[in-house]
Design a protein around this ligand. Structure first.
Ligand SMILES: Nc1nc2c(ncn2[C@@H]2O[C@H](COP(=O)(O)OP(=O)(O)OP(=O)(O)O)[C@@H](O)[C@H]2O)c(=O)[nH]1
Ligand SMILES: [Zn+2]
Length: 207
C-alpha cells in the first residue's frame, strides 16, 4: 500500500515565500509562491483583484496534471478546465487559482503513467489506481486552506464538477459557499474517462 503524503495525522505547514506579476493571455495575475515545510513541495496561487476584502472569491483548486495542463493531453479535461478557470476569473476581474502539486490525484506522475498503461489495457481510472494499491483519490486539501488563509481569502465559490471534492474542502476547513460548474473539454479520447468520473467518483458532468 502506498504511503500517503501529507500524513493525515500531521497538519502540514506551508510558508508563503514571495509574489510577482504573471501576465497571461487571459489577463495579468499576481502569482504567490508557497513552500510546504516537510515535503518541500512548491505550490502557487494566481490571484486577480482584491481577494482579501472578505467577500466570497471565485476560485479553482486545481490539482496538478502535467499531461493535461502542459502537454496537451486529451485523456482528461484538466487543461481545458485550467484555461476556462483562468478565463472566468479574468472576466470577473477577481478570483484565485490554486495550483496544487498533487499530480495524479496524489499518486505522482510516474504512478499516473503506470495507471494510464493499465487503462490502455482496459482498466478504468479508478480500477487502475486500485490495481496499483492506491485509493481512487489521495488528495489532501489542507495545504490549500493554509494558502487561502495566508492570502486572507475568507470564503470561496469553487469551480468544480465534483461535489465530493466540496466535502473534502469543507472537511479541510475551507468555507465553500457555492459550486460553480466547469464543464469543458469533452472529446472522443476522454469520453469514457469522464463517464467513469461521473459514475464512480460522483462528478456532475451532465447538464
Ligand atoms: N490517478 C489518476 N489521476 C488522474 C487521472 N486522470 C487525471 N488525473 C489527475 O486527477 C487530478 C484532477 O482531478 P479530477 O478527479 O480530474 O477532477 P477534480 O479536481 O476532482 O474535479 P474537478 O474540479 O471537476 O476537475 C489531477 O491531479 C490529474 O493529474 C487518472 O486516470 N489517474
Ligand atoms: Zn488531467
Amino acid at each position: 500500500m502506498a504511503v500517503q503524503y501529507p500524513n493525515p495525522q500531521i497538519e502540514p505547514v506551508v510558508d508563503y515565500v514571495a509574489s510577482c506579476k504573471l501576465p497571461t493571455p487571459f489577463g495579468v495575475f499576481t502569482m504567490h509562491g508557497f513552500e510546504e515545510q516537510d515535503s518541500r513541495r512548491e505550490h502557487v496561487v494566481l490571484t486577480m483583484g482584491d481577494v482579501a476584502d472578505g467577500l466570497p472569491v471565485l476560485a479553482r483548486l486545481h490539482s496538478e496534471c502535467l499531461t493535461g495542463d502542459a502537454l496537451f493531453s486529451l485523456r482528461c479535461d484538466c487543461g481545458f478546465q485550467l484555461e476556462a478557470a483562468l478565463d472566468a476569473i479574468a472576466k470577473e476581474g477577481r478570483g484565485a487559482l490554486l495550483y496544487l502539486r498533487q499530480e495524479g490525484r496524489g499518486i505522482g506522475l510516474i504512478n499516473k503513467i503506470r495507471a494510464y498503461k493499465l487503462q490502455d489495457g482496459g482498466a478504468d481510472t479508478v480500477e487502475a489506481n486500485e490495481q496499483l494499491g492506491f485509493p481512487a483519490d489521495m488528495r489532501d486539501f489542507r495545504v490549500a486552506r493554509h494558502m487561502l488563509d495566508a492570502l486572507n481569502i475568507k470564503s470561496v465559490r469553487v469551480m468544480t464538477n465534483n461535489p465530493r471534492k466540496l466535502e473534502t474542502l469543507k472537511n479541510a476547513g475551507i468555507d465553500v459557499v457555492e459550486r460553480v460548474p466547469l464543464m469543458v473539454g469533452r472529446n472522443p479520447h476522454n469520453d469514457h474517462y469522464l463517464d467513469t468520473k461521473a459514475a464512480k467518483l460522483g462528478h456532475m458532468l451532465f447538464s
